[in-house]
Design a protein around this ligand. Sequence first.
Ligand code: ATP
Ligand code: MG
Length: 559
Amino acid sequence: MTTEPVAAAVGRDFIRDIIQADLDQDRYKEIVTRFPPEPNGYLHIGHAKSIALNFGIAQEFPGRCHLRFDDTNPVKEEQEYIDSIQADVHWLGYDWGKNLFYASDYFDRLYEWAEKLIRDGLAYVDDQTQEEIRLARGSLTEPGKNSPFRDRSVEENLDLFRRMKAGEFPNGARVLRAKIDMAAGNINLRDPVLYRILHAHHPRTGDKWCIYPSYDYAHGQSDAIEGITHSICTLEFEDHRPLYDWFIEKLPVPSKPHQYEFARLNLTYTVLSKRVLTQLVRDGHVAGWDDPRMPTVAGMRRRGVPPAALREFVKRIGVAKANSVVDVGMLEFCIREELNRTSQRRMAVLKPLKVVIENYPEGQVEELEAINHPDDPSAGTRKISFGRELYIEQDDFMENPPKKFFRLSPGNEVRLRYAYFVKCTGVIKNDKGEVVELRCTYDPATRGGNAPDGRKVKATMHWLPAATSVPAEIRIYNQLFANPNPDASNFAADLNPASLEILSDARVEASVAESNAMEPMQFERQGYFVRDRDSTPGRPVFSRTIGLRDTFAKEVAKG
Ligand code: ATP
Ligand code: MG
């Protein structure tokens, strides 16, 4: 048995190339990655990319991937988020096994190391306000200014830092900073903050701490403690790498991880900022984190997106070093492909129009056979009952059709799927002149949908029996944002007012209504749908995962 070619089958990228080279040169026995979410919101599809990368690498190479909660800011973090993140990673198909960690597990060690930095003259307590620190930081073109507290003695620094820890000072009164270089070209090295005072209850450490480490200080050291070999993050951290390396060099850490950066996922018509997603939920623009319009993993799960489609999407977009924006059509394409392959076919009428088959005997019902999947005979067939009263789609009828309209119109013959040819013989209208019912005749010789005399019809339409179909609510989702590049700083202005359309008079096949299955189905000619948890016993609710039409593939073909 050989382990070498496994990764090749998955697709290569610069990170996997680096890892392979490290293995070839025997730098590591095992590759250890981590996915480090901050539990301050639900995961979104950008995180799915990072999860697939980190956990994928651990599957392809000999290795493991840790799930580590970066829980260093108790003000924004909640248990609900910790739980949802674990559920989402599992749902995506990945498993951390025993390797579940929290940055807060390391608070004691991080504190000890901070004291060591002080003793080594590499950190100091600064009494400046946040604003003063910001102003003294300088800019890309100007160096920063040293803090008046920068040259405190080791003893004074240790005393003040211990008193910060003991809770003697209010929030914001002091910070601990690394003593690096206020004139460094890289602003991240201008004496970054290591600890801030925050009198806040932490979900895991309770009231033990009132000082909390910064991301920059906690992250690399957590990696080192866990023996992470490749610490993979998004490009905005590239400029933080010298700081990451500085800590690893100055502290007696048990291993020496390296940070690698890749381009984050951006999607058209989508905002992937936790700040904005949190606001969408808080301000009630959506029904919650798992609203099917949200780009969250929970939203997509509720919407019926299969995890395999997300994995395929992430594989197709690859891992690059330069930022770009991916067409959301690419994601939709992957969802459609997967659902086309896996989902059973059923019939639903979204906007019903009643049809009476005048020459069909009153009281008669017959069972016709419908196939469950056109490409998969093993999916079998089901019965659908045909009777004198049916429903068709309102859009499938026009009283005065234009030339190219081949569906039902007065005098025109069409095929009802799995059933018969029917012809429209009459139109019934209400007081307002709207068509409310059609009269048709059927040709008994066309049972199953073919004429023995070989005559053809130009349209095949879906339909439902009036007697045994079931009323349902159908929810159609469109893009949450109307702007292809939503403005994150003023996102409310870019929201699509028509992102949710509710069809409350829809009807579905009895077999669909009776089943509690949460697998998505294709409603023929309409798209892919999934039962929503808002369903009640007499009234199922279905969400459209995605329509059938693939505009993206057409655009790609056009070039
Ligand atoms: P914030 O830090 O603003 O709260 P975040 O999206 O960076 O938001 P984290 O919980 O820190 O949230 O992210 C966890 C991991 O997911 C990080 O390693 C981060 O780099 C990665 N990640 C976040 N957004 C994306 C994205 N759009 N594409 C790829 N990876 C992402
Ligand atoms: Mg982050």
